[in-house]
Design a protein around this ligand. Structure first.
Ligand code: DQA
Length: 148
């Protein structure tokens, strides 16, 4: 029998404060709520999940390098690092598993011009932006569909 497939879900800086952080933009769900949604769908797919958050770019890179190889894929919300982290982009580009970038808010509807640019998106198969926490589960649907 084949081993259980593992999904990696990475969350960048400040996503630990979801629920209280600018709820008019990010909603009232906490990261634990999102993790519960991810876990429920992963159980349907028979996947285990490595779900983590870090406020530190290097720690995210360390975890991705360690845990992405051999996984079914990566769902990542790089948060603020989306807009400026070439190091995280390089890391993601080096991974040979499919990656979906997720943002709770619609980056293109945000007033700040810097949010309209994602340097990490070039490493992803696709980007889901603005569909709230459902984006994480939609990303999983994609990874399940392309899983061989
Ligand atoms: C975010 C959007 C980013 O611009 C912001 O820095 C975040 C969250 C989102 O999920 O909408 O921290 O990635």
């Amino acid at each position: 029998m084949s081993k259980a497939r593992r999904l990696v879900v990475a969350n960048g800086p400040n996503l630990n404060t979801l629920g209280t952080r600018e709820p008019e933009i990010y909603g009232r769900q906490t990261l634990a709520d999102i993790q519960a949604m991810v876990d429920a769908r992963a159980a349907e797919y028979g996947w285990t999940v490595s779900f983590f958050q870090s406020n530190h770019e290097g720690e995210l890179i360390d975890r991705l390098q360690r845990e992405a190889p051999g996984s079914v894929g990566v769902v990542i919300n790089p948060a603020g690092l989306t807009h400026n982290s070439y190091a995280l982009m390089d890391c993601l580009r080096s991974l040979d598993v499919p990656i979906v970038e997720v943002h709770l808010s619609n980056l293109f509807a945000r007033p700040e011009a810097y949010r309209h640019v994602s340097v990490t998106a070039s490493a992803a198969a696709g980007v889901i932006s603005g569909l709230g926490s459902r984006g994480y589960v939609l990303a999983m649907e994609y990874l399940n569909a392309v899983d061989e």
